[in-house]
Design a protein around this ligand. Structure first.
Ligand SMILES: [Zn+2]
Length: 211
């Protein structure tokens, strides 16, 4: 009896989640801020810091969509944070590229994850209670190419949000809360630039930059 009582809400949640999922885009990732522990860049821990990124391979036609997702964050964060693009092939902090070996895998519903965020070099800081990021990667699955422009921009902004230590809006689809950190992406997305609440979380909660 107790097992049945426990199982019921889980089944309902799975059913609701299944209904809410449109075909195609979703994104997964590991351990950003939220229920997990935060990952922080050293250079963003004071006002005016920057991190470098590259879009590869050189001449990649979808690089413009990746760039928009990242630079939308940059413009909203004004002079408080800068994300600077370097030419593909240079040593940078965040590598944005295509999957090389299905790094993103499948979502829990068995569909290819369209993109993901991975810390490729991070060191646990026991006193601060966070991982100090030295290098990260954002791979995209080929299914990204079939998305609309607004979806492609949102997906890039979403993964960059993970790069800034944001987790998903819990139990959310991309229309019920403003912003780019929904777990499920609608077709087309309701939002493809970061919301004020997301900017504020990065500035004031993750990085403690503003009073
Ligand atoms: Zn995500």
């Amino acid at each position: 009896m107790t097992a049945q009582l426990r199982a019921f809400p889980v089944l309902v949640l799975i059913a609701l989640a299944w209904i809410a999922i449109p075909s195609g885009a979703s994104a997964n990732h590991v351990g950003p801020y939220g229920n997990g522990v935060p990952y922080k860049w050293q250079n963003l821990q004071s006002l005016g810091g920057s991190i470098s990124y590259s879009l590869c391979p050189l001449g990649e036609p979808y690089a413009q969509d990746w760039r928009w997702g990242i630079e939308n964050w940059d413009s909203y964060l004004s002079t408080r944070m800068d994300f600077n693009e370097f030419t593909c092939g240079q040593s940078v902090r965040t590598y944005v590229t295509w999957e090389s070996a299905d790094e993103c895998g499948l979502t829990v519903f068995g569909k290819p994850a369209t993109a993901c965020w991975t810390a490729t070099d991070a060191t646990w800081q026991p006193q601060g209670g966070y991982f100090l990021l030295d290098e990260a990667e954002i791979p995209f699955d080929v299914s990204y190419k079939a998305q609309s422009l607004s979806n492609r921009t949102q997906l890039s902004a979403h993964e960059w949000g993970h790069n800034l230590s944001l987790d998903h809006h819990p139990y959310d689809n991309s229309c019920s809360l403003p912003g780019v950190m929904a777990y499920v992406n609608a077709q087309p997305p309701c939002f493809y630039v970061p919301a004020g609440s997301e900017i504020q979380t990065v500035e004031c909660v993750v990085y403690d930059l503003l009073p």
